[in-house]
Write a protein that binds this ligand. Structure first.
Ligand SMILES: NC(=O)c1ccc[n+]([C@@H]2O[C@H](COP(=O)([O-])OP(=O)(O)OC[C@H]3O[C@@H](n4cnc5c(N)ncnc54)[C@H](OP(=O)(O)O)[C@@H]3O)[C@@H](O)[C@H]2O)c1
Length: 209
Protein backbone atom coordinates (compact mmCIF):
# COMPACT_ATOMS: atom_id res chain seq x y z
CA UNK A 1 0.00 0.00 0.00
CA UNK A 2 1.13 3.58 -0.59
CA UNK A 3 1.26 5.20 2.85
CA UNK A 4 2.22 8.77 3.74
CA UNK A 5 3.62 9.71 7.12
CA UNK A 6 3.15 13.35 8.12
CA UNK A 7 5.92 14.32 10.53
CA UNK A 8 9.46 12.96 10.81
CA UNK A 9 9.87 13.04 14.58
CA UNK A 10 9.92 10.26 17.17
CA UNK A 11 6.73 8.56 15.99
CA UNK A 12 6.94 9.52 12.32
CA UNK A 13 10.38 7.98 11.96
CA UNK A 14 9.19 4.81 13.72
CA UNK A 15 6.26 4.47 11.32
CA UNK A 16 8.47 5.07 8.29
CA UNK A 17 10.84 2.34 9.49
CA UNK A 18 8.19 -0.26 10.33
CA UNK A 19 5.95 0.37 7.31
CA UNK A 20 8.87 0.31 4.87
CA UNK A 21 10.22 -2.89 6.49
CA UNK A 22 6.78 -4.44 5.97
CA UNK A 23 7.03 -3.74 2.23
CA UNK A 24 4.77 -0.70 1.93
CA UNK A 25 5.62 2.19 -0.37
CA UNK A 26 6.26 4.91 2.20
CA UNK A 27 6.25 8.67 1.61
CA UNK A 28 7.25 11.05 4.37
CA UNK A 29 6.71 14.77 4.64
CA UNK A 30 7.64 17.22 7.39
CA UNK A 31 7.91 20.95 7.97
CA UNK A 32 11.66 20.44 8.03
CA UNK A 33 12.32 18.81 4.65
CA UNK A 34 15.92 17.93 5.61
CA UNK A 35 14.59 15.85 8.50
CA UNK A 36 12.12 14.12 6.18
CA UNK A 37 14.92 13.38 3.71
CA UNK A 38 17.13 11.98 6.48
CA UNK A 39 14.38 9.70 7.81
CA UNK A 40 13.41 8.58 4.30
CA UNK A 41 17.00 7.82 3.34
CA UNK A 42 17.60 5.73 6.46
CA UNK A 43 14.56 3.56 5.77
CA UNK A 44 14.13 3.17 2.01
CA UNK A 45 11.24 5.65 1.90
CA UNK A 46 10.74 8.81 -0.16
CA UNK A 47 10.64 12.37 1.19
CA UNK A 48 7.91 14.35 -0.54
CA UNK A 49 6.09 17.68 -0.35
CA UNK A 50 2.68 17.92 1.28
CA UNK A 51 0.70 17.76 -1.97
CA UNK A 52 2.47 14.56 -3.04
CA UNK A 53 1.86 13.07 0.39
CA UNK A 54 -1.85 13.49 -0.30
CA UNK A 55 -1.66 10.89 -3.11
CA UNK A 56 -1.25 8.00 -0.66
CA UNK A 57 -4.00 5.48 0.12
CA UNK A 58 -3.42 5.87 3.84
CA UNK A 59 -2.07 8.83 5.85
CA UNK A 60 -0.40 8.59 9.26
CA UNK A 61 -0.76 11.87 11.15
CA UNK A 62 2.39 11.99 13.33
CA UNK A 63 2.50 15.64 14.44
CA UNK A 64 1.72 17.21 17.79
CA UNK A 65 -2.02 17.64 18.31
CA UNK A 66 -1.59 21.41 18.10
CA UNK A 67 -0.12 21.08 14.58
CA UNK A 68 -2.48 18.36 13.36
CA UNK A 69 -5.18 20.37 11.60
CA UNK A 70 -2.69 22.66 9.82
CA UNK A 71 -0.65 19.63 8.76
CA UNK A 72 -3.69 17.90 7.25
CA UNK A 73 -4.89 21.09 5.59
CA UNK A 74 -1.45 21.55 4.00
CA UNK A 75 -2.08 18.37 1.99
CA UNK A 76 -4.94 19.97 0.06
CA UNK A 77 -8.16 18.10 -0.60
CA UNK A 78 -7.90 14.72 1.12
CA UNK A 79 -11.64 13.99 1.27
CA UNK A 80 -12.30 10.28 1.43
CA UNK A 81 -8.79 9.42 2.60
CA UNK A 82 -8.14 7.27 5.64
CA UNK A 83 -6.09 9.08 8.29
CA UNK A 84 -4.57 7.41 11.34
CA UNK A 85 -4.63 9.89 14.22
CA UNK A 86 -1.92 8.98 16.74
CA UNK A 87 -2.01 12.32 18.56
CA UNK A 88 -2.46 12.92 22.26
CA UNK A 89 -3.60 16.38 23.41
CA UNK A 90 -0.92 16.74 26.06
CA UNK A 91 -0.26 19.60 28.44
CA UNK A 92 3.17 21.25 28.18
CA UNK A 93 4.59 19.06 30.97
CA UNK A 94 3.15 15.88 29.33
CA UNK A 95 1.47 14.97 32.60
CA UNK A 96 -2.09 15.83 31.60
CA UNK A 97 -4.54 16.21 28.72
CA UNK A 98 -5.73 19.60 27.46
CA UNK A 99 -9.09 18.19 26.33
CA UNK A 100 -11.08 15.08 27.11
CA UNK A 101 -14.13 13.61 28.82
CA UNK A 102 -16.64 15.18 26.44
CA UNK A 103 -14.44 15.30 23.33
CA UNK A 104 -11.05 14.09 22.10
CA UNK A 105 -8.22 15.13 19.80
CA UNK A 106 -9.54 12.70 17.19
CA UNK A 107 -13.06 14.13 17.26
CA UNK A 108 -11.79 17.72 17.12
CA UNK A 109 -9.55 16.91 14.13
CA UNK A 110 -12.46 15.15 12.41
CA UNK A 111 -14.63 18.25 12.92
CA UNK A 112 -11.91 20.60 11.63
CA UNK A 113 -11.09 18.49 8.54
CA UNK A 114 -14.45 17.14 7.38
CA UNK A 115 -14.60 14.37 4.78
CA UNK A 116 -11.63 12.32 5.99
CA UNK A 117 -12.06 8.85 7.47
CA UNK A 118 -10.24 9.22 10.74
CA UNK A 119 -9.05 6.26 12.77
CA UNK A 120 -7.63 6.65 16.27
CA UNK A 121 -4.80 4.17 16.71
CA UNK A 122 -1.22 3.77 17.98
CA UNK A 123 -1.57 6.73 20.38
CA UNK A 124 -0.92 4.38 23.33
CA UNK A 125 2.36 3.06 21.84
CA UNK A 126 5.55 4.80 22.97
CA UNK A 127 7.88 5.87 20.13
CA UNK A 128 10.64 3.77 21.72
CA UNK A 129 8.35 0.73 21.49
CA UNK A 130 7.35 1.44 17.87
CA UNK A 131 11.01 1.82 16.91
CA UNK A 132 11.59 -1.75 18.10
CA UNK A 133 8.54 -3.22 16.35
CA UNK A 134 5.48 -4.94 17.79
CA UNK A 135 7.15 -6.90 20.59
CA UNK A 136 8.29 -5.46 23.90
CA UNK A 137 11.72 -6.29 25.32
CA UNK A 138 9.75 -8.45 27.80
CA UNK A 139 8.62 -10.58 24.81
CA UNK A 140 4.97 -9.51 25.02
CA UNK A 141 3.05 -8.54 21.88
CA UNK A 142 2.05 -4.88 21.84
CA UNK A 143 -1.66 -4.10 21.56
CA UNK A 144 -3.01 -1.38 19.29
CA UNK A 145 -6.48 -0.02 20.00
CA UNK A 146 -8.39 1.09 16.91
CA UNK A 147 -11.43 3.40 17.04
CA UNK A 148 -13.34 4.86 14.10
CA UNK A 149 -16.81 5.67 12.80
CA UNK A 150 -15.84 4.32 9.37
CA UNK A 151 -15.87 0.52 9.12
CA UNK A 152 -13.76 0.32 5.96
CA UNK A 153 -11.12 2.68 7.30
CA UNK A 154 -10.96 0.73 10.55
CA UNK A 155 -10.50 -2.52 8.58
CA UNK A 156 -7.65 -0.98 6.58
CA UNK A 157 -5.83 0.19 9.70
CA UNK A 158 -6.49 -3.13 11.44
CA UNK A 159 -4.91 -4.99 8.52
CA UNK A 160 -1.86 -2.70 8.40
CA UNK A 161 -1.32 -2.88 12.19
CA UNK A 162 -1.76 -6.66 12.26
CA UNK A 163 0.68 -7.03 9.36
CA UNK A 164 3.22 -5.10 11.45
CA UNK A 165 2.73 -7.75 14.14
CA UNK A 166 0.55 -5.83 16.61
CA UNK A 167 -2.41 -7.36 18.42
CA UNK A 168 -5.31 -5.18 17.27
CA UNK A 169 -8.19 -4.45 19.63
CA UNK A 170 -11.39 -3.02 18.10
CA UNK A 171 -12.07 -0.01 20.33
CA UNK A 172 -15.41 0.87 18.75
CA UNK A 173 -16.53 4.29 17.56
CA UNK A 174 -14.31 7.37 17.24
CA UNK A 175 -15.89 8.75 20.41
CA UNK A 176 -13.88 6.14 22.31
CA UNK A 177 -10.75 8.12 21.44
CA UNK A 178 -11.67 9.93 24.67
CA UNK A 179 -10.75 6.76 26.54
CA UNK A 180 -7.72 5.94 24.38
CA UNK A 181 -6.20 9.39 24.86
CA UNK A 182 -6.68 9.05 28.62
CA UNK A 183 -5.05 5.60 28.54
CA UNK A 184 -2.10 7.13 26.69
CA UNK A 185 -1.90 9.85 29.33
CA UNK A 186 -1.74 7.20 32.05
CA UNK A 187 0.91 5.30 30.09
CA UNK A 188 3.01 8.49 29.90
CA UNK A 189 2.57 8.97 33.64
CA UNK A 190 3.74 5.39 34.32
CA UNK A 191 6.63 5.62 31.86
CA UNK A 192 7.95 9.05 32.76
CA UNK A 193 6.12 10.29 35.89
CA UNK A 194 6.44 7.05 37.87
CA UNK A 195 9.76 6.18 36.29
CA UNK A 196 8.85 2.77 34.85
CA UNK A 197 10.53 3.63 31.55
CA UNK A 198 9.33 3.46 27.97
CA UNK A 199 9.60 -0.29 27.33
CA UNK A 200 5.97 -0.66 28.44
CA UNK A 201 2.58 -0.55 26.71
CA UNK A 202 -1.06 -0.68 27.82
CA UNK A 203 -2.47 -4.18 27.36
CA UNK A 204 -5.94 -5.69 27.82
CA UNK A 205 -5.85 -9.07 29.55
CA UNK A 206 -8.12 -12.07 29.18
CA UNK A 207 -8.95 -11.75 25.49
CA UNK A 208 -9.73 -14.84 23.40
CA UNK A 209 -6.82 -15.51 21.00
N1 LIG B 1 6.54 10.16 21.34
C1 LIG B 1 5.74 9.17 21.74
O1 LIG B 1 6.16 8.23 22.44
C2 LIG B 1 4.29 9.16 21.30
C3 LIG B 1 3.55 8.01 21.51
C4 LIG B 1 2.22 7.95 21.05
C5 LIG B 1 1.68 9.06 20.43
N2 LIG B 1 2.43 10.18 20.28
C6 LIG B 1 1.84 11.33 19.58
O2 LIG B 1 2.41 11.33 18.29
C7 LIG B 1 2.54 12.67 17.83
C8 LIG B 1 3.98 12.92 17.41
O3 LIG B 1 4.81 12.76 18.54
P1 LIG B 1 6.41 12.79 18.39
O4 LIG B 1 6.96 12.40 19.68
O5 LIG B 1 6.78 12.03 17.16
O6 LIG B 1 6.64 14.35 18.14
P2 LIG B 1 7.89 15.04 17.43
O7 LIG B 1 9.11 14.21 17.60
O8 LIG B 1 7.90 16.44 17.92
O9 LIG B 1 7.51 15.03 15.88
C9 LIG B 1 6.45 15.78 15.36
C10 LIG B 1 6.77 16.04 13.91
O10 LIG B 1 5.67 16.71 13.28
C11 LIG B 1 6.22 17.66 12.38
N3 LIG B 1 5.24 18.66 11.97
C12 LIG B 1 4.66 19.63 12.70
N4 LIG B 1 3.82 20.35 11.93
C13 LIG B 1 3.87 19.81 10.71
C14 LIG B 1 3.23 20.11 9.47
N5 LIG B 1 2.38 21.14 9.37
N6 LIG B 1 3.52 19.35 8.40
C15 LIG B 1 4.39 18.33 8.48
N7 LIG B 1 5.04 18.00 9.62
C16 LIG B 1 4.77 18.73 10.72
C17 LIG B 1 7.36 18.25 13.18
O11 LIG B 1 8.20 19.01 12.38
P3 LIG B 1 9.23 20.09 13.02
O12 LIG B 1 10.42 19.27 13.40
O13 LIG B 1 9.49 21.02 11.90
O14 LIG B 1 8.54 20.73 14.19
C18 LIG B 1 7.99 16.96 13.70
O15 LIG B 1 8.80 16.35 12.72
C19 LIG B 1 2.07 13.58 18.96
O16 LIG B 1 0.76 13.97 18.74
C20 LIG B 1 2.17 12.69 20.19
O17 LIG B 1 1.24 13.04 21.19
C21 LIG B 1 3.74 10.26 20.68
Amino acid sequence: MKISVIGAGNMGSGFVKQLANAGHTVLVTARNSEKATEVAKANGATAVDAKTAATADLIVLATAYGDAVAALQSLGDISGKTVIDITNPLTADYMGLTIGHNTSAAEEIAKAVPGINIVKAFNTVFAQVLAGGSTLPSGEQVQVFVASDDTGAKETVTTVAADLGFKVIDAGRLKNARYLEAVAGFNIYLGYGAGLGTAIAPSWAGLQA
